[in-house]
Design a protein around this ligand. Sequence first.
Ligand code: A3P
Length: 499
Amino acid sequence: MAPGIEPPTIRSVALPPELQLPPILIVPFSLQEHGIPIDMGYAVAPHHSGVYPVHSQLYEAWKSVWGIKVTSTEEYPHLRPARYRRGFIHNGIQVLPRQTCGLFTHTIFYNEYPGGSKELDKSIRGGELFLTVLLNPISIFMTHLSNYGNDRLGLYTFESLVKFVQCWTNLRLQTLPPVQLAERYFQIFPDERDPLWQNPCHDKRHKDIWSKEKTCDRLPKFLIIGPQKTGTTALHSFLSIHPAITSSFPSPTTFEEIQFFSGANYHNGIDWYMDFFPFPSNVSTDFMFEKSANYFDTEVAPKRAAALLPRAKILAVLINPADRAYSWYQHQRAHQDPVALNHTFHEVVTAGASAPRDLLALQRHCLNPGAYAIHLDRWLQHYQASQLHIVDGALLRSNPVLVMEGIQRFLGVTPIFNYTQALMYDDSKGFWCQRVEGGRAKCLGKSKGRKYPELSSESRAFLAEYYHEHNMDLLRLLSRLGQPLPSWLRQELQSTSWS
Ligand code: A3P
């Protein structure tokens, strides 16, 4: 055993009848020290340190130095209540939820159990310990070295517990070694494989466990969630001009966006995410933010974002979904997507269910994000309406100064920065740009505000009908939230009010 690592004991596995395993006891251990198996692929950290909240270096070291495959913690997602603890997998190491048995390193003698030995027996005979085994299909306990060596209070406790469970329930108890147990656990609970990272500073125990070197201040106060092709890059660049607002560092791999909550990056953990933000100079007045335009319509993003950033403000930019769909199609053509190059936009959006898969994939990317109400509803399951601000993307394009003022009021940034001087309209670009030294315009690159033929009236009519119900849902949602209707939505619904 490495110093500082306590020998683990997995005491019991209780499965309800439908999940029961054949009553086989697997004992595959070969290496033993003092009669204790030591090649179990299992390790725990003192005080859960580094296991949760995750310290990635610990996982790396466990894997590469000791070949550890499984660990356990009582801290995920929180210490209490025990039956809500969950497992997760990080960096290939399976983290199992561990239960609390009430015995501590200093609980050595039966008569000295806190509150008296009666309390321990109560816990075993129908009390907390019994309920823990009853309510958790898999229970993992850890005894401490002193219990092993000194008084065997752990043995007394668990022998009594097993006898009690066998006498009063029809549960069949079974024990598995850690690696097999972890496999079994994630077969039974596949949904738990993906972790849900929380802010360690929102839980005092987590904060205490966390490294003193780390800070929770390197997290954004607001997010621009997209959707793609609505003007999110323009909004990002305008916000970055603001003296009190700081953007995340650009990611070299994903078109500058971090794309943390929406995809595989999430598995890198929160230290990785925080590295994209500077150490704030003045925590209360610095507004850090990031923009990842695919958060909007990625199903898992709101839940993940709310777990880490429950108090964040959320900005979504909406334009007419027909224009958004067309802009995405043009974006794909510009990126030489063969499907977009070989099909007209009309063919893409009108393709039937039997069309080739790649055509349907492009169609999905064009059409799905534009079902705005569905996606906003999902965000509203995790955030309060007061945390969400809908930016009218058409107005952002025509009158960004006005839009930026509204956004600042929503964010609560003071003093309000006047964008009149900071922005200027550039005739050749045909868009608003940043005014830089010498009165010159610094516009977004050529991938934003592309020149392409207008959307055909045929496709516009098709999409007006396609999005009619979605736009009506958006109207109802915005009315319910008391948010103003974007001008394009008003116009669109007026022109399709015949249906
Ligand atoms: P097009 O290139 O199809 O015209 P996003 O940054 O979310 O991907 O959105 C890109 C779109 O932002 C562009 O789509 C463009 O219409 C719009 N946009 C709005 N304001 C802009 C600005 N000031 N400069 C460039 N593009 C802007």
